[in-house]
Design a protein around this ligand. Structure first.
Ligand SMILES: Nc1ncnc2c1ncn2[C@@H]1O[C@H](COP(=O)(O)OP(=O)(O)O)[C@@H](O)[C@H]1O
Ligand SMILES: [Mg+2]
Length: 255
C-alpha cells in the first residue's frame, strides 16, 4: 500500500465542550481516492475541519508525510499541500470566476508563473469556467459554483484535496459531472479524500472507504469491501438509491 500523506491518530475534537469526533484514526494514501460516509451529524465535516486546521484537536495528532502538523494554522497546511473545499461550495459571490481562482492561489501571490500554471490546469479541467472568467461567481448555477469551488482548491496543485460533500444539492447533470471530474482527478494522479452522501456512488470510484458514525470509525477498508459488506449496505448504503441517514431519527436533511 502507498504511504499515508495525511493521517489523523486518535483525533478528538468538537465545539464548545461537546466532543463530536471521538477518537478517529484516518489514513489518506498517496494517489488514492478515500471516501468518508456516514449519517448526518456523524462528525464528517468536523473531522475535515480539524484535518485542515480550522478546528483545534483536543486530543490526538494530525500528520502530513509522517510529520506532525497538529498545531499548524490552516494557511501553513495549504503551504504544505493541503487543499479544502468546504461543504456548501462557498465561493465569493461578488467576485469573478478568475478572482475566486486567484484567491485559491493566494500563497503563490508573489509567484505569478505558479498562478498561471494553476489557472491553466483548472481551466483545462473545467472548460465551463474558461468561458466565464469575468462572470460574477454568484450569478452561476449551483453546479457551476461547485466546479469553481473545486477548481479553487486545485489552484495550488495540492498533494491532498479534501472535498466535503461535492455533490450535495446539485442537479443530476452536475452530480454526474462532479463524479466524472473526480475520476479525472484520480487519473491525473491527485490524492483525493471526500465526504459524500451519495455513498454507493462515491465508494464505486474510491479505493478506500470509511464509515463514520457518532464520531467514531465504524468501518474502514477497501471501498469494494464496504460496498459488499451486508451490514454496511443495510445501515449506511440504503436501498433503491436512498441516501444514508435515512435511518436516523428524523430522517436525512435532504437538500
Ligand atoms: N459550528 C458548530 N458549532 C456547534 N456545533 C456544531 C457546529 N458544526 C457542527 N456542529 C454539530 O456537530 C455535529 C456533527 O456535525 P458535522 O461534523 O457537520 O456532521 P456531518 O458532516 O457528519 O453531517 C452535529 O451535531 C452538529 O450539529
Ligand atoms: Mg457535513
Amino acid at each position: 500500500m502507498s504511504e499515508a500523506v495525511l493521517e489523523a491518530r486518535g483525533l478528538v475534537t468538537g465545539y464548545d465542550e461537546i466532543p463530536i469526533v471521538r477518537g478517529v484514526d484516518l489514513a489518506i494514501r498517496q494517489g488514492a481516492v478515500t471516501c468518508i460516509i456516514g449519517p448526518n451529524g456523524a462528525g464528517k465535516s468536523t473531522a475535515f475541519k480539524a484535518l485542515m486546521g480550522l478546528l483545534r484537536p483536543w486530543e490526538g495528532e494530525i500528520l502530513m508525510k509522517a510529520r506532525s502538523i497538529t498545531h499548524e494554522a490552516a494557511h501553513r497546511r495549504v503551504g504544505r499541500g493541503l487543499a479544502y473545499v468546504p461543504q456548501g461550495r462557498l465561493v465569493f459571490p461578488t467576485m469573478t470566476v478568475l478572482e475566486n481562482l486567484e484567491v485559491g492561489a493566494f500563497i503563490f501571490r508573489r509567484q505569478p508563473a505558479r498562478i498561471r500554471d494553476g489557472l491553466d490546469r483548472v481551466l483545462t479541467l473545467f472548460p465551463v469556467l474558461a468561458g466565464r472568467r469575468r462572470q460574477l461567481a454568484g450569478t452561476m448555477s449551483g453546479g457551476e459554483q461547485q466546479m469553481l469551488a473545486i477548481g479553487r482548491g486545485l489552484m495550488t496543485s495540492p498533494e491532498v484535496l479534501l472535498l466535503d460533500e461535492p455533490s450535495l444539492g446539485l442537479s443530476p447533470k452536475y452530480v454526474d459531472l462532479v463524479f466524472a471530474k473526480l475520476i479525472e482527478l484520480k487519473q491525473a494522479g491527485f490524492t483525493v479524500a471526500m465526504v459524500e452522501q451519495k455513498a454507493s456512488r462515491a465508494l464505486q470510484i474510491s479505493d478506500v472507504g470509511y464509515v463514520l458514525n457518532m464520531g467514531r470509525v465504524a468501518f474502514v477498508g477497501p471501498a469494494a469491501e464496504l460496498l459488499a459488506n451486508e451490514r454496511v449496505k443495510r445501515l449506511y448504503l440504503g436501498e433503491g438509491g436512498e441516501e444514508p441517514g435515512a435511518e436516523m431519527p428524523g430522517g436525512p436533511d435532504d437538500e
